[in-house]
Design a protein around this ligand. Structure first.
Ligand code: HEC
Length: 136
């Protein structure tokens, strides 16, 4: 019983720390696990051309200033430490999450406000890629 309480406290403290580091986005509930990803992806037609990770239509350089291959840069920008978007391995498991976040109309939009925003074509490319299997 005693042990469980300690764990609960630890978990609460850890999540508070993680949430607190999200660039002052205190008010945002955040989609976290990509709750809106399903909605975004439900409308995507994967029967046409799906860009690959390496395709020039996906401007990863608008992400990797924060989602960097450098652990130091990731820390400085308070992005999750496993969110190195410079390789396919770093994004392969989060296609739908990326689709959800680039299409967000809330404060959890990616790139965050203040950074260079995606064009409509960029969003479409990330959405198709992310919703259609995040191919390499
Ligand atoms: C100015 C820095 C910055 C840029 C540029 C940026 N992000 Fe982020 N991103 C963050 C921060 C900080 C977080 C962690 C807090 C949060 O989830 O909102 C994050 C979190 C995320 C997450 C959820 C965590 C995860 O699993 O990776 C996704 C998805 C994401 N970003 C996608 C993108 C995409 C796609 C781009 C480029 C189109 C991008 N971001 C550009 C700062 C940035």
């Amino acid at each position: 019983m005693r042990k469980m309480k300690v764990w609960a406290l630890l978990i609460a403290a850890t999540s508070a720390a993680v949430l607190g580091s999200a660039c002052g986005d205190d008010g945002a509930a955040g989609t976290g696990g990509g709750g809106t990803g399903g909605d975004v992806c439900a409308e995507v037609d994967c029967g046409g051309d799906v860009p690959t990770f390496a395709s020039a239509s996906l401007p990863w350089d608008l992400c990797t200033s924060c989602h960097s291959d450098s652990a130091t840069v990731r820390q400085q920008n308070a992005v999750p430490d496993d969110s190195d978007y410079t390789t396919h391995a770093g994004v392969a498991d989060r296609g739908e999450l990326i689709a959800a976040r680039v299409n967000s109309t809330g404060s959890d939009v990616m790139p965050p406000s203040g950074s260079t925003q995606l064009s409509a074509a960029d969003k479409t490319a990330f959405t198709t890629w992310g919703c259609c299997g995040a191919p390499e």
